[in-house]
Write a protein that binds this ligand. Structure first.
Ligand code: RB5
Length: 142
């Protein structure tokens, strides 16, 4: 399975760590949409790019990282079919899949450490949607 990932300057360091973790530890192919340095950029550009790829079905899951994860999640959730979850711990990462069928994980590079972020990514990608009453609720979103 391929994963698309993107960040702004504030998420660059964590994005690099997560990209390597996805490839080397979890065995995913990663489409890295940047950025590729700590030079200041505007996070909506990256969020639009990654969210549109998930919205079009080009990738089943995406990961977006900025300073807080807030801006990235706000932009991504404007795309049809995108359910971006801003998560700060393993519980929310897991429940975002089980109850919300989240397809983008948003995280804050200035908020969480790399070890926690790696665990969150692993849980996010290995947890199934529960369906049932949660499917009915998701169908009411759009
Ligand atoms: C950049 O300073 C910061 O505003 C951005 O990374 C993000 O946290 C926005 O939500």
């Amino acid at each position: 399975m391929d994963i698309v990932i993107g960040c702004d300057h504030a998420g660059f360091d964590l994005k690099e760590q997560i990209r390597r973790f996805l490839m080397e530890d979890l065995g995913y192919k990663v489409e890295d949409r940047g950025v590729f340095s700590r030079d200041s950029v505007d996070y909506p550009q990256i969020a639009h790019d990654v969210a549109s790829l998930v919205s079009k079905g080009r990738f089943p899951y995406g990961i977006l990282i900025c300073g807080t994860g807030i801006g990235m999640s706000i932009v991504a959730n404007r795309y049809k079919g995108v359910r971006a979850a801003l998560c700060h711990n393993i519980y929310t990462a897991q429940l975002s899949r089980m109850h919300n069928d989240a397809n983008i994980l948003a995280m804050g590079g200035r908020v969480i450490g790399v070890g926690l972020a790696q665990e969150m990514v692993a849980v996010f990608l290995s947890t199934s949607f529960e369906g049932g009453r949660h499917k009915r609720r998701i169908e009411q979103i759009d």
